[in-house]
Design a binder for this molecule. Structure first.
Ligand code: MOS
Length: 724
């Protein structure tokens, strides 16, 4: 039996607040934390099956036709088992539809760094040495590598207009008409992409570092020519993904092909430079933003038109203007997205695709408007909150931006801020504060989960992943809440395609999607237990391992009578998506010091105030927001992938030269959650939180720089040369 839920309306049974176990919503530690901290958690590259061989990827040093004239010599080198040059190994489709053919082949390098061979040997050192000895000859091909060198594609479905923005701009009391640019960026997960593949003649088992197992299984099966039933993927622990592990990559497919050819397990680990080049990056963007407002700062028109890039054949286009559809009210609107086809490494989703860069730039434009209008930046946002979706006219499912702004401002001490810039100076440092609003679309996707009840122990099972987000923690809490079990009597098993297919981790939809499936599985169990006691589920209390009905207490083990029970939950999106606009909202505040002599920017403090529906676990939710705020610091101040203008290759492809914020760069970060329940979000009334924290975070910092020293940043990151 399966308990199904289709998200069609706001009427589904709301039991989130009345089960009253108080497990859900608690600040619980991660059950997987100790295993991770002590090294017992097994990551993709840490399995050591008998007979393990090691593969090393070879990347193209230039763009053009590829030849490997000495490949047979390399094949005879010490320890070398095979050199794979198989077109199927390059699986780089960012969104990885299962039936889409790989776009690139090994005989033609479309970008510098594209994998073109895999060398497999007895030891890692032998494989690396042989890979580095392989001669790769390229017949160079002239291709465009800079967005400004091509005519961008103008896909019709990406443009939308309402009213007459040009007229609104002409008639407005105040306007902003500026262009902003953001750089190409890496996802930079701590655990590099890695795969260990094993083939027993029937079944391919792959330990991978992947986010979306049910899709990844189909992609891998399709790539190597197997039925999905003959592919099993294990990813119980994933050291970060941030979008770069949504689809399978070259390490997975090449390890699988080599294991199938050699009949021995093969491991392929990407090193950091591989990670930069072989996997998808965040596209650079150019964003033309227009704002028209009356003298009170009420928007009469807004325009947000962006240019992004990707390699030919990739369907992904960074959805830069996604939040601009619903963020602010304005009668005259013009939104658009165009894509430049250039031969840089493929672009794909990176944490909060679209809003991460789109909201950041838009919120700088809003700050420019606030300055021109002489209106407080928080006040300007408050004046432009739409009462319904400004384009479609449908209501919001829940909308707490106003509270996020006012509660955040209060906690940050915004009221004390001098309105004018260049007001605070400490030695050679200018001090300033800035703010930005945060917006992120909210999605639910299909998911299944199972809970097995064995005596007074519950085991939650799904192929869902935990990419550092806290899936293990919140699913144990959901099961504990529904079944009245203390958390040490709940076990969560994830990351195995033999288990019911969850949502996977992506797009901030994991907790609410798979979490709701776990909820439904728990509800299914409650109904089965109630049936055994001849009562209604609603009349049943489960607490401390007891089933309580009519003041009679039955130990769960007695109700089960030695049998195991299994509850199954299934959730899928329904008509809600058309009836309401569902999103998450927030506000960022930042204080910076800007050095008047060097242009260096140092973070003083940050505060984020977020409205994301019910918070399932404040500790893991806060931790997600801290991650987002930290990415905001990187986006505002240091992170930029530099492409060589001649061949597009990534010049700074390691963490020595691509500057992520490290502990010393990160000031005290405060996070506040606005109390919210979203009735359209299913019985838990929770929305996503994973990506909201990054959306706009950098904007608050860039606006603080302007407040501190008067320099307006429109090209990000704000490195010292741009600040001075
Ligand atoms: Mo996310 S960028 O959908 O992992």
């Amino acid at each position: 039996m399966t308990l199904d839920l289709k998200i069609d309306n706001a009427d589904h049974e709301n039991r989130a607040d009345d089960l009253a176990q108080n497990v859900l919503g608690q600040d619980n530690a991660r059950p997987d934390g100790l295993d991770k901290a002590t090294g017992r958690a097994l990551y993709a590259a840490e399995a050591r099956p008998d007979g393990l061989l090691h593969g090393f990827l070879v990347r193209a040093p230039a763009i053009g036709a590829v030849a490997c004239p000495d490949i047979d010599t390399i094949r005879k080198m010490a320890g070398v088992r095979t050199v794979l040059r198989d077109a199927r190994m390059i699986r780089n489709a960012a969104q990885g539809a299962a039936n889409e053919a790989p776009i690139q082949g090994v005989d033609k390098a479309e970008y510098v760094g594209q994998p073109i061979a895999l060398v497999v040997a007895d030891t890692f050192e032998q494989a690396r040495h042989a890979a580095q000895s392989l001669t790769v000859e390229i017949q160079p091909k002239e291709v465009p590598v800079n967005p400004q060198d091509v005519s961008p594609e103008d896909p019709d479905d990406k443009q939308s207009a309402q009213g007459d923005l040009d007229a609104a701009m002409r008639d407005a009391a105040i306007t902003v008409d500026e262009t902003y640019t953001t750089s190409s960026m890496t996802s930079g997960a701590m655990e590099p992409h890695a795969a260990t593949a094993d083939w027993d003649g029937t079944t391919l088992t792959l330990r991978g570092s992947l986010q979306m197992l049910k899709f990844n299984r189909n992609e891998l099966a399709d790539s190597v020519g197997l039925n999905p039933e003959n592919v099993r993927i294990l990813a119980p622990f994933v050291g970060g993904g941030f979008g770069s592990k949504l689809g399978i990559s070259a390490d997975c497919v090449s390890a699988a092909l080599a294991a199938m050819e050699l009949g021995q397990p093969v491991r392929v680990v990407q090193h950091r430079r591989h990670v930069f080049e072989v996997n998808t990056r965040r596209s650079e963007t150019r964003q033309h933003i227009r704002l028209a407002a009356d003298s009170d700062g009420r928007l009469t028109g807004l325009g947000h038109e962006a240019l992004v890039s990707n390699i030919t054949g990739e369907v992904f286009a960074e959805p830069v203007v996604q939040a601009s559809h619903f963020a602010y009210a304005a009668a005259n609107r013009c939104l658009g997205l165009r894509i430049a086809r250039i031969n840089r490494p493929a672009a794909g989703s990176v944490r909060a695709p679209g809003e991460a860069v789109g909201v950041t730039a838009f919120e700088v434009a809003m700050d420019e408007l606030a300055c021109k209008a002489g209106i407080d930046p928080v006040d300007l946002r408050l004046r432009n909150i739409p009462d319904k979706d400004p384009e479609s006219g449908v209501p919001f499912s829940s909308h707490r931006l106003e509270s996020a702004l006012t509660e955040g401002a209060e906690r940050f001490g915004w009221a004390d801020r001098p309105a004018a810039r260049r007001q605070r100076r400490e030695g050679e440092w200018w001090i300033g504060t800035g703010m930005a609003a945060a917006f992120r679309v909210n999605m639910v996707i299909e998911a299944e989960a199972r809970i097995r009840l064995e005596g007074n122990r519950a085991v939650v099972e799904s192929d869902m992943t935990d990419i550092g987000t806290g899936s293990y923690a919140i699913f144990s809490q959901i099961a504990g809440e529904l079944l009245g079990l203390p958390l040490d009597q709940v076990t969560v098993r994830l990351g195995d395609t033999d288990l019911p297919p969850g949502s996977g981790s992506g797009g901030s939809f994991g907790a609410a999607s798979t979490g709701t499936a776990v909820w439904m599985a728990g509800m299914d169990l409650r109904r089965q237990i109630a049936a055994r006691l001849n009562c209604d589920e609603a009349a049943l209390t489960l607490k401390d391992g007891m089933a309580i009905h009519n003041n009679q207490r039955h130990p769960l083990s007695e109700v089960l009578g030695g049998e195991d029970l299994s509850g199954h939950g299934h959730v899928q999106p329904g008509e809600a998506a058309e009836k309401v606009r569902q999103a998450t909202f927030g506000a960022h505040f930042a204080e910076v010091a800007v050095n008047d002599v060097t242009g260096e920017v140092r973070m003083r403090r940050m505060l984020g105030s977020f409205a994301c529906g019910r918070v399932l676990n404040p500790r893991t939710a806060r931790s997600q927001c801290h991650g987002g705020q930290t990415w905001g610091i990187g986006m505002a101040l240091t992170e930029a992938m530099t492409h060589d203008r001649r061949d597009g290759h990534i010049v700074n492809r390691d963490f020595a030269e691509y500057h992520l914020p490290v502990n010393a760069d990160v000031p005290p970060l405060e996070v506040h959650f606005v109390e919210e329940r979203d009735p359209w979000a299913g019985p838990m009334q929770a929305k996503g939180i994973g990506e909201l924290g990054i959306c706009g975070a950098g904007g608050a910092i860039l606006n603080a720089i302007h407040h501190a020293c008067g320099a307006r940043m429109r090209d990000f990151p704000a490195t010292p040369d741009r600040v001075l």
